[in-house]
Design a protein around this ligand. Structure first.
Ligand SMILES: Nc1ncnc2c1ncn2[C@@H]1O[C@H](COP(=O)(O)OP(=O)(O)OP(=O)(O)O)[C@@H](O)[C@H]1O
Ligand SMILES: Nc1nc(=O)c2ncn([C@H]3C[C@H](O)[C@@H](CO)O3)c2[nH]1
Length: 207
């Protein structure tokens, strides 16, 4: 890898991004950038009524991530220091293209590009793929109240959107290296060998 690794762990809701990103940051002694969840003032309302709250929610995520990634650039990537994150900024487009419609979607897309085009982009993505059953089990295990009645059609659609997005990212100008993990079969939480298999692939790329 030519530059210091900027590692993003990605995958649909409940795939295990924060869990894996945290494990990697601990083992590799890297700083971690984590998504803001609990302080989000729109997330409950969004899950109760997506049509009414999508724009506010997507803008909130975008502004937060923009701020975090500006700080990440200043503190780490522009200084050639490695960092791991439990998201890729591109997830804003993955979600917003699904949740927004018409003029709001067009406006959001424009704002997204204005804000993010010059942000640093990860050069290594760990993509955790998982099917609907696995995600539903993990979401239930985590037990966040606002995700209790999550629409299965929405989740399935996001699974497919994520696959398409990873193909787009692979072709994007930042040309990230993408490691895809079968999140149904690989259990990096309970199985140490499974975890080491992932971390050794990353360590090899960091040499
Ligand atoms: N490989 C795994 N095997 C079993 N349980 C897992 C695995 N990965 C994650 N979990 C559990 O699944 C739940 C969801 O994991 P986590 O919060 O890391 O997902 P996430 O992808 O970051 O979610 P979100 O999209 O909501 O940010 C947690 O309870 C976590 O302990
Ligand atoms: N609509 C929408 N847009 C996003 O950019 C986005 N990022 C995360 N999420 C949802 C998934 C989890 O429920 C919860 C925590 O990740 O928030 C999002 N929802």
């Amino acid at each position: 890898m030519k530059h210091a690794p900027f590692i993003a762990v990605e995958g649909p809701i409940g795939a295990g991004k924060t869990t894996l990103a945290t494990m990697l940051a601990e083992e590799l002694q890297l700083p971690i950038v984590k998504e803001i969840v609990e302080e989000n003032p729109f997330i409950d309302k969004f899950y109760q009524s997506m049509d009414d709250w999508s724009f506010q929610l997507e803008m909130f995520f975008l502004c937060n991530r923009y701020k975090q990634l500006k700080e990440t650039a200043n503190e780490f990537t522009e200084k050639g220091k490695p960092v791991v994150s439990d998201y890729h900024i591109y997830k804003n487009l993955i979600f917003s293209e699904r949740t927004l419609k018409g003029i709001e979607r067009d406006k959001y897309r424009q704002i997204y590009h204005v804000l993010t085009d010059d942000l640093p982009k990860p050069n290594l993505i760990i993509y955790i793929k998982a099917d609907l059953n696995t995600l539903l089990k993990r979401i239930a295990k985590r037990g966040r109240a606002f995700e209790e009645g999550i629409d299965q059609g929405y989740l399935q659609q996001l699974i497919e959107d994520y696959d398409a997005a990873m193909a787009e990212l692979a072709d994007s100008p930042s040309k990230p290296h993408i490691i895809t993990i079968d999140g149904n079969a690989v259990d990096f939480v309970e199985n140490q060998e499974h975890y080491e298999e992932i971390s050794s692939q990353i360590k090899e790329l960091m040499i």
